[in-house]
Design a protein around this ligand. Sequence first.
Ligand code: GTP
Ligand code: MG
Length: 138
Amino acid sequence: TNRTFTMIKPDAVRNGHIGAILEQINAAGFRIVAMKYTRLSQEKAGAFYAVHRGRPFYDELVDFMSSGPIVAAILEKENAVADFRTLIGATNPEEAAEGTIRAKYATSIGENAVHGSDSDENADIEGSFHFAGTEIFA
Ligand code: GTP
Ligand code: MG
């Protein structure tokens, strides 16, 4: 069993998809071990996506991710990182497989409904960015 980190992004929150997305995450066998409803400042969003600093879409990404509330969560499952990326689908919803969370709820490559960590190491870093140890209940 291991962990991944996710955010339901501001577009999906605004469009009323929190419940449906959490339902699909649970139905796929992920257990929520930490969760909060919060809003990222520009500074926090910039720090979270620091690996993308310098890319053409960075400013747009930081503005978008701080544009409204999000749901942040740590999820537990065997093979959590890879299985969660399969569940959410490709970054660009036009390329996301049918039935994936992004295929159903994303509006564009920028406003793509959910985040999923891309490695075990980043899952740990990103989970710690949002949650103290005392906020995680395995
Ligand atoms: P995350 O789970 O959010 O990390 O998405 P990802 O791993 O599928 O994609 P990546 O880490 O490469 O990019 C991070 C985020 O930047 C994406 O989810 C998009 O929101 C945004 N992004 C990536 N590429 C583009 C782009 O070409 N244009 C715009 N506007 N945003 C992009
Ligand atoms: Mg990524």
